[in-house]
Design a protein around this ligand. Structure first.
Ligand SMILES: CC(C)(COP(=O)(O)OP(=O)(O)OC[C@H]1O[C@@H](n2cnc3c(N)ncnc32)[C@H](O)[C@@H]1OP(=O)(O)O)[C@@H](O)C(=O)NCCC(=O)NCCS
Length: 240
């Protein structure tokens, strides 16, 4: 379908169900889940383990083959944590696996299939043992992690920095730079004097923003008929 053929009320019902699902199945999995979340296809988001805190206005996008996965597997029961700030975006395929501690700042954007871990999980010489080499990972405010990049144990990424697509980050990244490659190296300095527009700006007034999108949906979808929507699903044509 090239256009959204759903009647307004069908979309509203879908969004209500989606919200209910996230509240019913994902909220209990978190120690904290802030208000105004947008969790798309929450049935493809998995949150496992203790001490997982997520701030307000988070956007999580689950997809069937690329679910979003947050997991804490501490060294002892109840140990380990993942702390996610406000206004964070996690695209399909994002995986965050913590043994001890991973913190994600406010307004961090993660593109598809980003992987962040604070542990190697297996010993280099004894592959059957759990690795003791664990070092916390801290991702600063307003960091942008590009498509398929990997952030490994012990890394701190300074605020506003950008990690290029497919980069493997093995060492600390200063603030206000672009890093790329494997292992990631600084390829560009950013000018913080120019200022950054962030997801915190975008979500400054979440209630008003939700009302705005609802008004747009009402305007665009209100002329869609129920039977035409069914017809378009079962017998689509190029005009759909
Ligand atoms: C990080 C990024 C945004 C930087 O873009 P940019 O500021 O225009 O950077 P440039 O193209 O000037 O690249 C600077 C240098 O880094 C290199 N570089 C850029 N991206 C790279 C990558 N992914 N891997 C390796 N090297 C890369 C460039 O070749 C260039 O090297 P040079 O100075 O020797 O010529 C961009 O390279 C990128 O990775 N985009 C993908 C973003 C993404 O994942 N989006 C998904 C939706 S959220």
């Amino acid at each position: 379908m090239r256009q959204d053929q759903r009647p307004y009320w069908v979309k509203k019902a879908y969004l209500k169900f989606r919200y209910w699902y996230a509240e019913h199945f994902l909220r209990p999995a978190c120690d904290e889940l802030g208000p105004h979340h947008t969790i798309m296809k929450p049935w493809h988001v998995s949150i496992d383990g203790p001490n997982i805190r997520i701030g307000k206005c988070v956007t999580l996008i689950g997809e069937p083959n690329t679910p979003v996965k947050l997991g804490v597997w501490g060294r002892e029961p109840g140990q380990g944590s993942i702390t996610v700030g406000d206004y964070v975006l996690m695209s399909p395929g994002t995986r965050i696996s913590a043994s001890d501690e991973i913190t994600i700042g406010d307004s961090v954007m993660m593109a598809n299939s980003v992987y962040i871990t604070d542990c190697d999980w297996h010993g280099i010489y004894d592959r059957t043992e759990r690795s003791e080499r664990v070092m916390p990972v801290h991702v600063g405010n307003n960091v942008w992690l590009g498509d398929h990049c990997v952030v490994l144990k012990g890394v701190t990424i300074g605020e506003n920095s950008v990690v290029a697509a497919n980069a493997i980050v093995t060492k600390d990244v200063p603030a206000n730079v672009v890093v790329a490659g494997n292992p990631a190296r600084v390829v560009k300095e950013l000018d913080p004097e120019r200022g950054f527009t962030t997801r915190a700006d975008f979500f400054a007034e979440p209630v008003k923003q939700a009302e705005f999108y609802d008004a747009v949906d009402r305007m665009v979808l209100s002329k869609n008929g129920f039977f035409n929507w069914l017809r378009a699903m079962l017998f689509p044509n190029q005009r759909d």
